[in-house]
Ligand binder design. Structure first.
Ligand SMILES: O=C(O)CCC(=O)C(=O)O
Ligand SMILES: [Fe+2]
Length: 343
């Protein structure tokens, strides 16, 4: 008998504005969320040209000398938690990841209420200035990043509408309660290839984990390496041109009482011979919101799966906490040194 490998569904959302098609798309989302917690989105309307510009400029940025990139190192942004980190600088499940990256988020001025209140992970981005963009031949980097974040945030709102409909909730359910002003965190990751080289004992590009918020929207280049823990074992989430990979985060699992799971995933150590680049955008509840289970949804079997979860957290306890409290507990672990210095 031939074994057919499981593959993640691809959902075309181009007709979601069409009243006769929307429910069908929401049904596909429901199936994908219950089966995998992971799916591809096509027909998203984000221009390939914008994505390509971001990819090209990001590759140029990471190709700069280490001492240049250190001009924008995360320590300098302090509480805002933005900027550059070196290969091995971020930890997942207590092991350093074989990647470097740029941490980014919504651009907030000093007079923004959350910044005035000294709220962690809110503030300005730490990026090359216009002058530095010229000097290092990455003109347009900042502008392209902001344009991309805006566009993918809009896509996040659309996918959350479809997720609400897939749960038979009013279409604006999440918007009203959590994402009128979503917390947007964006990262650009660069996974150098260790082909034929010392790996410095790195095991993974990113170790097994789940994402913290509601929804992650990821664009990846053609190299591949993302793997997803499906019910019957690990499967690949290879790059598919013209798509974004979407996955459910911990808070959506909590809200849906485990009907939709925050699926663990990881990234293989890159030994392809080419550098890999990926762009996860985290579409999350407002920092001060209180994520609470949705009334009327059935509890599921094995709702508390903390015994087998990567971090042993029970997402379904009755403790009340803000999303910010949950998030800070998590990111403190991935940058332990930075946490000591700035939180
Ligand atoms: O780089 C990737 O493909 C995935 C990264 C990831 O899982 C994350 O940043 O949470
Ligand atoms: Fe992730």
């Amino acid at each position: 008998m031939i074994e057919i490998a499981e593959t993640l569904p691809i959902i075309d959302i181009s007709l979601m504005k069409d009243d006769s098609q929307r429910d069908k798309i929401a049904d596909e989302i429901e199936k994908a969320c219950r089966e995998f917690g992971f799916f591809y989105i096509s027909g998203h309307g984000i221009s390939q040209d914008l994505i390509q510009r971001l990819e090209d400029l990001s590759k140029k940025f990471f190709a700069l000398k280490e001492e240049i990139k250190m001009k924008w190192r995360m320590e300098l942004a302090e509480k805002a938690w933005r900027g550059y980190f070196i290969v091995g600088g971020e930890y997942t499940s207590d092991l350093p990841d074989a990647k470097q990256g740029l941490y980014l988020g919504s651009e907030l001025d000093d007079d923004h209420e959350m910044v005035k209140n000294n709220t962690p992970i809110h503030g300005k981005n730490l990026l090359p200035s216009d002058q530095e963009e010229k000097e290092y031949d990455i003109e347009g980097f900042r502008k392209t990043i902001f344009e991309y974040m805006d566009q993918v945030t809009l896509l996040g709102h659309s996918v959350m509408e479809l997720i609400a409909l897939s749960l038979k909730l009013p279409r604006n359910y999440f918007n009203e309660k959590y994402t009128k002003d979503p917390l947007i965190l964006f990262r650009i990751f660069n996974y150098p290839s260790f082909k034929g080289e010392e790996t410095n004992n790195y095991k993974w590009g990113v170790g097994e984990h789940s994402d913290y918020g509601l929804l992650t929207l990821l664009y990846q280049d053609k190299v591949g390496g993302l793997q997803v823990r499906a019910k019957n074992g690990w499967i690949e989430a290879p790059p598919i041109p013209g798509t974004f990979v979407c996955n459910i985060g911990d808070m959506l699992e909590r809200l849906t009482r485990g009907n939709y799971r925050s699926t663990p995933h990881r990234v293989r150590l890159n030994t392809s011979g080419e550098t890999r680049i990926s762009f996860p955008l985290f579409f999350d509840p407002h920092f001060n919101s209180l994520p609470t289970a949705i009334e009327g949804l059935q509890d599921v079997e094995n709702q508390d799966d903390s015994a087998t979860r990567w971090d042993h957290v029970n997402l379904h306890n009755n403790t009340t906490y803000t999303y910010g409290e949950y998030l800070l507990g998590k990111i403190g672990k991935v940058f332990p040194d930075l946490k000591k210095k700035v939180l």
